[in-house]
Ligand binder design. Structure first.
Ligand code: NOJ
Length: 757
């Protein structure tokens, strides 16, 4: 039993107030504060006077978002769309990009609407706009916060140059289940790391807030969207409140602290209440406890879907439920426009709540300078100059190689010599332009993509003969090209097989139950193996796959994820040693699907252990361990860890310094991601076997040693109970340091709870 329990208002407290921020360089974790200045006063005067002129219908129009393509050309075109503008029913438009088209829409609005309130343009800029960066899951494996800040910033520069004001990113959903296709869009399975990444990405998108080279970010999908039953996208979520508070809410709180301007409500239900109709989440937690002062948009048709959830009978019920829960803007289904006016007249919706929501949206438009100039982001010359600039292209190449995880490298097969004469390059992704951009390619253009074949040729020029054979498709059963692939392999010095998933096998509504390579690709690798040549397998996929078989076949295995437009150059940089791999996994790779979910920070059980035939928490047919654990990744060099250094107890301020010397023992310079984990030995609730509490990515020249230090605060070792109270308990904690979640040294340390005030 614990001797005492301390409730603290800690760093994760819900009581902090966050507001706007415009940092130019990445400054992590500085909480963004409310500031009222003269310009904000002018804003208030302007917005108040505008609202006095607005009819109720025009106010509700500001709360409505439509699909832009449809307004330009689709079923809503001409008379219908004109009438939407005439009646001031369009507050925002989504997913049209490009100055020319957006100008047309804004002009229509300015010509036809009575009050000429500029439209806010939104777009899914998830991992790049024209220049496509690696997918967010891939990038998270770099553990490089500055890099993720820079890629978000670059995406904002491109998108805003193309007329966009607002991106629906970052997705900060924790994903512990690789069957869930949207794992590709997040930062993996760990909450601590995801919070840091959320911070970097929000600040990156919003790097110069208010200026026309930055965009509003959107924390989505609030909340627990990443925990659907059986990994099926959109399925219900049932969670303990303690897990909700400890695992799923913190990345959203990190976004609020970073000054995120918007939130998106999730499709799913949480413990029986759909998020989009969940007043407790949207109002009690987000607005009242966290003091979020931006606006909330529903996900696509999520308001109308409250009917399918079975919590609303009619469109009107659905609109009422969502609005009264705290969803300010209604994406795509038009229900607010159709239903809220009457509801206000009947007293079912509070006029003050409408005004508050409208005010938030008008303020967001004001802050972008759109009332001064609705075409402020619509500069065709800037679009030409700033989209696909040389700097952004170079950043995309760096981001891609920094995200690739070396999973296996027997006999130091990699890097390959640049003198290699004959390469057999095989596989459906080896010369592919469209799939390698990944699941959200925004306005990425195949013409800008460098394929692996091109990347190798760019690197080695005419010194090498590359024989390319596709070998098979992703899904089609044909094995017709196997013999050509085998022949090419036989005549080569090395075989490079580039295999994986199609881009849209992960992402929204792309859950999979079988996580092996699809189609004939495993059979293709069997065939290549028979050629008896060194086999390098490069994987491109959106989620952890079950790679047990491939791990046995490959001499070297590189998880390249979907690298984006600079795909081929980045793969060649790694394969031929111009870049030393430094990424580590942020989601565990299971042996087989039946183990899922198999995240590293699972809770302890009364019957721990994993011995064959034991009566413990295990399967009788497959061990508990993952094929590749969280935090794992190899380099072209090796790092030796010295003995970890830390006191046997926290100091009087509740602080513990932990240090370790790490030596680069190999022949090349390299970067190592040093990780710190903690386990609470005895607590009043069951705790995880370990939890990440710190990491440092350090560059260590060959032969050198770096002293790596961590500062741990006792207040960060607490947990959330099922009343959603944050509790820190004194006692003994196991502190672990090492190269990944399995390869750790450890020491027990006491915190007596007698912290100086
Ligand atoms: C649905 C997706 O769930 C969401 O992430 C996206 O931002 C919207 N569609 C808009 O395209």
């Amino acid at each position: 039993m614990k001797r005492s329990i301390i409730l603290v208002v800690c760093a994760m407290s819900w009581l902090f107030v966050a507001n706007t921020h415009a940092a130019i360089s990445y400054q992590p974790h500085k909480r963004v504060h409310n500031k009222i200045d003269a310009s904000e006063d002018k804003e208030t005067v302007f917005v108040t006077s505008l609202m006095q002129k607005m009819t109720l219908a025009e106010k509700i129009g500001q709360l409505s978002q439509y699909v832009g393509g449809e307004l330009l050309t689709g079923p809503q075109s001409d008379a219908l769309s004109d009438s939407l503008f005439v009646h001031g029913m369009v507050g925002s438009i989504l997913n049209v990009g490009g100055v020319e088209k957006l100008r047309k829409l804004q002009e229509k609005n300015m010509q036809l609407s009575r009050l000429k309130i500029p439209i806010l343009f939104a777009f899914d800029v998830i991992h790049g706009y024209k220049t496509i960066f690696p997918t967010p899951l891939a990038e998270s494996c770099s553990w490089d916060l500055n890099l993720m800040y820079e890629t978000a910033k670059a995406a904002a520069v491109e998108a805003s140059a193309s007329g966009i004001h607002w991106t629906f990113a970052p997705m900060v959903d924790i994903a512990r289940d690789p069957r869930w296709g949207r794992i590709v869009e997040g930062a993996g399975e760990d909450t601590y790391l995801a919070c840091k990444i959320a911070d970097a990405r929000v600040r990156g998108f919003q790097w110069n807030l208010g200026a026309p080279n930055s965009v509003y970010a959107c924390a989505k999908h609030f909340v627990a969207y990443g925990a659907p039953q059986a990994g099926r996208d959109y399925a219900p979520v049932d969670l303990s409140l303690s897990t909700l508070a400890e695992v799923y809410l913190p990345p959203f709180k990190a976004c609020v602290d970073a000054g995120v301007k918007t939130f998106m409500s999730a499709f799913n239900s949480v413990n029986g209440v759909p998020a989009t109709g969940n007043r407790w989440l949207m109002t009690d937690v987000l607005r009242n406890k966290w003091q979020f002062n931006g606006f909330v948009v529903s996900d696509w048709n999520a308001v109308q879907e409250l009917k399918a959830h079975g919590v609303a009978e009619t469109d009107k019920d659905a609109a009422l439920l969502a609005f009264n829960a705290g969803v300010d803007m209604n994406m795509t289904d038009g229900l607010y426009n159709r239903c809220l006016e009457e509801a206000v007249h009947r007293g079912q919706v509070d006029m003050q709540a409408i005004d508050a929501a409208v005010e938030r949206i008008l303020r967001a438009k004001y802050a972008l300078g759109l009332f001064d100039n609705p075409y402020r982001f619509l500069d065709a010359k800037r679009e030409c100059r700033e989209v696909r600039s040389a700097n952004i292209t170079a950043l995309a190449r760096k981001a891609a190689s920094s995200s690739m995880v070396l999973l296996k490298n027997d006999h130091n097969m990699l890097p390959l010599s640049k003198q290699t004469k004959r390469i057999a390059l095989i596989g459906p992704l080896a010369n592919n332009r469209s799939e390698v951009m990944g699941s959200w390619k925004a306005r990425g253009d195949e013409k800008d993509v460098v394929t692996v074949l091109e990347g190798i040729k760019n690197k080695l020029g005419n010194n090498v003969t590359v024989t390319y054979v596709q070998g098979c498709d992703f899904l089609k059963p044909s094995t017709q090209e196997f013999s050509a692939a085998f022949e090419a392999a036989q005549q080569s010095d090395v075989v490079i097989a580039v295999v994986g998933e199609k881009a849209l096998m992960s992402g929204e509504s792309r859950s999979r139950a079988i996580l092996r390579l699809p189609g004939q690709q495993e059979a293709l690798l069997d065939t290549l193996k028979k050629a008896g040549k060194p086999l390098v397998v490069v994987l491109m996929n959106g989620r952890p796959l079950c790679l047990e078989k491939i791990d046995k076949q490959a001499d070297a295995l590189l998880e390249a994820w979907f690298p984006g437009t600079q795909c081929g150059n980045a793969v060649a940089d790694i394969l031929f040693g111009d870049v030393t791999p430094s990424a580590k996994l942020t989601a565990s790779f299971p042996l087989t699907e039946g183990q899922i979910p198999n995240y590293y920070n699972y809770k302890r059980s009364g019957r721990p252990g994993d011995m064959p035939y034991s009566s413990t928490a295990r399967h009788i047919d497959v061990p508990n361990k993952n094929l590749y654990p969280f935090g794992y990744g190899l380099s072209y060099t090796s790092f030796a860890y010295g003995k970890m250094q830390c006191a046997s107890q926290f100091d009087a301020d509740g602080v513990l310094q932990v240090a370790v010397d790490v030596t680069n023992k190999g022949n090349v310079d390299g970067e190592e991601i040093v990780q710190l984990y903690v386990a609470d030995k005895v607590a009043s609730m069951v705790r995880p076997v370990k939890e990440l509490k710190g990491f440092k990515k350090v560059f260590i020249p060959k032969g050198d040693t770096k002293h790596v230090e961590f500062t741990l605060h006792a207040r960060d070792l607490g947990f959330w109970d099922n009343n959603m109270q944050y509790i820190v308990e004194p006692g003994t904690f196991t502190i672990m340091v090492g190269a990944n979640s399995e390869d750790l040294q450890q020491q027990d340390v006491v915190w007596d709870g007698k912290e100086k005030q």
